[in-house]
Design a protein around this ligand. Sequence first.
Ligand SMILES: [Zn+2]
Length: 422
Amino acid sequence: MKINLNRLLIDLEKYAEYGKNEHGGVTRPSFSKADHRVRQLFIEELEDMGLQVTIDGAANIWGKHKGNGTKKGSIVIGSHLDSVLNGGKYDGPLGVLMAKEIIRTLIEDKVILDHDVEIVSFTAEESNDFNLSTFGSRSFVGRLTVEKLHDARDSKGGLLHDELIKVGGGLDKFPMMVNMQNDKKAFIELHIEQGQRLESANISMAVIYSVVGTFRSFVKVIGEPNHSGTTMMQNRKDALTAAAEMVLEVERYCKDKGDVVGTVGKLNVSPNAANIIPGQIDFIFEVRAETEEKIENTVEAIQEAWQEIAKRRQVKIQQEVFLDQKPVALDQDIITILENAATEMDEPCLTLPSMAVHDAAHMASITKSAMIFVKSIDGKSHCPEEYSHPNDIEKAGNLILQGIVHIDRALSVTEYSVPPGN
Ligand SMILES: [Zn+2]
């Protein structure tokens, strides 16, 4: 049994037309017009395949291919259909359309598994105007609650609830997701790597064993605004030169630490005028690493170095942590099954941690979850140049197809009724 690569590639091209922009990229954030249209297409296609379609409170789209009923619940495959602004055609859709291709293959080959096999497309996985990335999966597993969301608004003041209603969801439908959780016995997400580890190793795919933790804080550097002509260099308390040193310290510290990465990706200068010494800098500091300990050590060491800079440059630093996402271990049983399936196929496969957060990291809190990465050419993602080679995509698809057949056999009737509690 093999997936039909051509059919999948045609699907990828077709879906990339929704939200296609003048740069050849895809702009399809959740709740946009392009998103509305792609959802409609997707639902229609799932229904045409004979799947049982459900839209939950977070407007995640589920499509169920019924099994023979021997074992309760479903093996879920999926990812997301939304994109960043001017993104590519693979980040997200590859995982969703592969799930569709796999189910289509099962139907065509008349394979009925003991479990149901289900496809999911999660809502608003990417950063969005509501500041709620991985919104769909976080809501599904109960990490975003109605209380937290009832006043969530976009930058124009529009309510999240209103946007959800337009696409078949709504906060009033959130309780149904709790009931749906128990039904999910395993989750596999296929995603492009978005890095260059597979390309460097010249290997098509990887089984992912963990998703890195992320620490983010708002940092305020307070100096003294003053006249840029009359204030002599020795009398300045320049917040920007202090911040510049702090940013460089992040790079210096993380440089040789392997899988620890640190970034300052957003920075505001105030008052931001040519003739005024910068009085205040606000930036966001981020650290990602595979273990909690590595994150803590990195944040601590950098903060210590910052204190020295602040003292020397006579500025004040204030910091407020707004994200402290712990690393997530994915499910060892599913990882082993996928690794064995790769060996059976005689396909080399790396085992890697994911340096980006994905829906699978949240699904891991309610069910046995794993991910497969497929090689990204030049490590590019979130841009129109994003590309994965069809041969690599095909191998990854067949690996998941074989994988779910093995998972279906391996999961017993009563096993895993209690979530692993990641
Ligand atoms: Zn993605």
